[in-house]
Each structure stands twice: as C-alpha cells, then as structure tokens.
Write a new protein. Structure first.
Length: 153
C-alpha cells in the first residue's frame, strides 16, 4: 500500500515538474544578416548562436521537503488505517446481521413447534425420550416468544 502511494506521489511530482523543465529549456540567441536578433530553442544551422542557459530552479529546503514527505506518509497511514477499520466494521455488521437472521429463524421454528404440538417429547439427562408437561411446554413457548422478540427486530 505504501509503495503504491510512493509511486503515485512520484508520478504526480513528475507530471507537475515536467512542464517547468520544458519552460526552462536552453535558448539560443543569434543575429541574422538583417541585424535582427532572434531567440529559439533550436540552434540555427547557418548562423553562429550564443547559448543562453536557463536559470536554475529555486532551491528547496531539505528540512521542509522532509517535513512534507513525513506529513504525506502520516496521512497515507492514517487513511489506510481508517479504510481497514471501516472494512472490519462492515464485515462485522454483515456477520452480525447473518447471525441475527439465523437466530430469528431458529426462535420462530422452536416457537412454532411448541405451539403446534402439545404432546412434545424431549430427551432427559439419561438419554430417554419423555413427554413434557403442559406447564413446561408453556414455559418453552414463553422462552421462544422472548427469543423471537430479541432476535427478530
């Protein structure tokens, strides 16, 4: 990620600075046979020309350049961290929603079974099938209704 950022930064700097380098190209000055002075980027073939060098670009303070670079790196790292946090939050929300749907479906199914079948059987601690009492059945119905309220919002 950081390497991509550096590549993009370098490309942006190159695009920004390249036109400036073209503007600062060398210029040739010569006087033709009519006494007129000419300026051109191309050296004339038939005339003697003086090369006029472009002035160098203004110097950049190394400390300021390093501070800007550090600031850009810090901003990139902060943006990357924010992006990762947002992805984790969205993934967590999606997982949570899926689990909520599963819990809702399970609660509805359990409620439906206890409401539809009055002679429900369960496995006791010894592994035997026993018929549950009406009171126990009503407790289970109440429990599943509460589960439906909790998970099916």
């Amino acid at each position: 990620m950081f390497i991509d950022y550096l590549r993009q930064s370098f490309l942006a700097a190159a695009i920004t600075l390249l036109p400036g380098q073209l503007i600062l190209a060398d210029v040739y000055k010569w006087v033709d046979e009519n006494g007129e002075t000419h300026y051109s980027q191309l050296k004339p073939k038939s005339q003697q020309a003086d090369l006029i060098k472009a002035p160098p670009p203004p110097a950049i303070d190394p400390k300021l350049a390093q501070e800007r670079l550090d600031e850009l790196i810090h901003q990139q790292q902060a943006d990357e961290k924010t992006k990762i946090e947002q992805k984790l939050k969205s993934d967590f929300a999606a997982d949570n929603a899926e689990k909520q749907q599963q819990n809702c479906a399970s609660a509805k199914k359990g409620l439906q079974q206890y409401q539809d079948y009055s002679r429900t059987k369960e496995v006791d601690a010894d592994g035997n099938m026993i018929r549950i009492s009406e009171q126990h059945r009503q407790q289970k119905i109440q429990q599943h209704q509460n589960d439906v309220k909790t998970h099916c919002q």
